[in-house]
Design a protein around this ligand. Sequence first.
Ligand SMILES: Cc1ncc(COP(=O)(O)O)c(C=O)c1O
Length: 433
Amino acid sequence: MQEYGSFSAQERAALLEQLREEYAVFQGLGLKLDMSRGKPGADQLDLSAALLDAALLDPPKTETGFDCRNYGLLDGIPEAKRLFAALLDLPAEQILVCGNSSLNLMYDYLAQCMLFGADGEPWAAQKKIKFLCPTPGYDRHFSILEHLGIEMIAVPMRENGPDMAFVEQLVRDESVKGLICVPKYSNPEGKTYSDETVCRLAALHPAAKDFRVIWDNAYLVHDLYDATDPLLNIFTAARDCGTEDHFIEVTSFSKISFPSAGISAIAASPANLAAIQARMAIQTIGHDKLNQLRHFRFFRDARGIYDHMQKHAAILRPKFETVLAALEQDLGGAGIASWTNPRGGYFISLDILGGCAKRTGQLCKEAGVVLTPPGATYPYGRDPEDKNLRIAPTFPPVAELEQACALLTLCVRIAALEKLGEQESPAGKREQR
Ligand SMILES: Cc1ncc(COP(=O)(O)O)c(C=O)c1O
């Protein structure tokens, strides 16, 4: 494809007119497609249908004879703790098994740090506190921090994780209390932190002594292909540096079994876990242990989970490949877009010409395709270059994805041509639209 930057003004105008005609056809189709949220499709949910068999709970007792219908076992049933211990490669004693949502665990942990402190004075009682946010990142992380009044500092993502030199410099500021991240198959780029990045995070000695990294390992077994992106165990790396207390790890079965009825876990150093558990004991007498038991009996062990994830991958691979093929075919070589090619996770990150993301989102919406709101992948919803779009290919069937991608790439091209026209002649802005 010819580079868009090399077009003459006439060529650009002619192409824009042609693309707008194509766009008008899409508008006439009355599409209603959604590529905005990373949800499993119904066929993925069906993979875990047997989790709902009543026979799985017969008898409703743990291997130690505990009746899961009753109160108790705040830290989770031993079988579910073992399951998470195998996945996270941690001792079961360092894990609490909780309800369905890890987002809830993150909110709760941070809210409790605000109220009661992480290790000392409550964060809310300290003057302005800040968190580091690798960007682009997960919008709901940013919503939690904003909601709690924690100032966010964007840290650019590089190929192997956040820009560590910048992180190392920023943590010299005592008001920087932590960092929130997705170390494996990051949302939205699908990047996995290298060993060096993990070791440098583990080796941080921040000015704040109550510094915490929220290690959101949401996509730890969510490979699309046979080979996994290896991720160093953060607690092993931290133990060598004496910084285990800096790390709070969470994960969940939302994209292994059911988003609305999975199980989650929080893992931490013995000292942190004791504090978390003591607070949790005030909040609840125990989580849904029947669901924990069901999950254990359905999956049995890590092998059972890995095998199950291959079935998810078989459904998801064609969807990711559909998006990637459309991007390559429609945008490759045009010099107006670049995108990630993840080996796992739930998203593809698309960077387009600066100043075009919002316009592209608007064009898509007006023709019936909903994208994650442009800007959402940045703290406060502000993408400084207005260029990043998060594509969530998992939910729509392949045929719908093909249509949605055809429209998306069309809108990217239209927005780019409009922008290039504006840059050349700012006065032309009104005519173009
Ligand atoms: C990185 C990340 N963390 C957490 C979540 C939500 O997890 P849960 O369903 O366990 O609350 C998501 C959902 O998309 C996610 O992408």
